[in-house]
Ligand binder design. Structure first.
Ligand code: ADP
Length: 245
């Protein structure tokens, strides 16, 4: 699904990630951990093709990411859902409108603007809202929701794009423990029941250990740990979080 071999990634002239070797298989639930500024978000977002490749081999969903054509990149991006710490919803729109906007590739702009949705689109939207337990709030504006509820809408919107991969950038950092658990339980369900590969950048180590099948530790632009989450000992955690300068 994702293959990185001796990969060097970064921005403009600055190389941030060095000698990255990582292979992610269909159906995995990966947690990326490490200190702030280590390169976790850069590593994760590189999967969408927005990060410069300096060297190495990089494949996503079977496509070579180096010098990739825009049209092909669009095809890849259609198969990737992204959720962020800040939710990135349209606050003045309803839960339903936000979820349907995840299908927008399939819906002509004029219909989207008029919010004229077909029955089959509404049925699908209901299905996604049910998964995240938000159907009862379908007509509520998103700015009237709690943080946890907004994140659940963001997950439903990502699901509406029928992704093969979901990238979750600090999905629970802004949430209280109870809301965080609900969001993580939903991500686990999407992974286990719907087979969506999930890559999550997580600050909470206990959460990463509990939910992820595999943990990737990043320190100063390098992968310093990559194994099953049960192998994450306190010494390894200390090593991952020690700034090596
Ligand atoms: P983390 O997610 O581990 O906190 P990031 O991937 O966000 O780390 O950042 C890694 C490094 O890349 C940092 O030094 C950061 O300043 C730099 N960086 C992040 N985004 C950009 C960008 N858009 N342009 C230039 N440098 C960036």
């Amino acid at each position: 699904m994702i293959k990185m071999k001796n990969l060097v990634l970064g921005y403009k002239k600055e190389k941030i990630l060095k000698d990255i070797n990582l292979e992610i298989k269909d159906g995995e639930f990966i947690g990326i951990i490490g200190p702030s500024g280590a390169g976790k978000s850069t590593l994760m977002m590189s999967v969408t093709g927005g990060i410069k490749v300096f060297d190495g081999k990089f494949k996503v969903l079977g496509h070579d990411m180096d010098n990739i054509k825009k049209k092909r990149l669009r095809k890849i991006r259609e198969q990737i859902g992204v959720i962020f710490q800040g939710y990135n919803l349209v606050d003045r729109l309803s839960v339903l409108d936000n979820v349907v906007s995840g299908m927008l590739g399939d819906i002509p702009v004029a219909r989207a603007v008029l919010r004229y949705y077909k029955d089959k689109e509404l049925v699908k939207a209901k299905e996604y809202m049910d998964i995240v337990d938000m159907s009862k709030y379908a007509t509520k504006r998103c700015d009237e929701l709690s943080g946890g509820q907004r994140q659940r809408v963001a997950i439903a919107r990502a699901l509406a794009g029928e992704p093969k991969i979901i990238l979750a950038d600090e999905p629970i950092s802004a949430l209280d423990e109870k809301s965080a658990k609900k969001v993580m339980d939903i991500l686990r369900r999407i992974n286990q029941d719907y087979g969506v590969t999930i890559i999550a950048n997580l600050h909470h180590l206990e959460v990463a250990k509990k939910y992820c099948s595999r943990i990737v530790g990043v320190n100063d632009g390098r992968i310093v740990f990559d194994s099953k989450s049960c192998e994450l000992s306190s010494e390894i955690v200390e090593n991952i979080y020690t700034i090596q300068k």
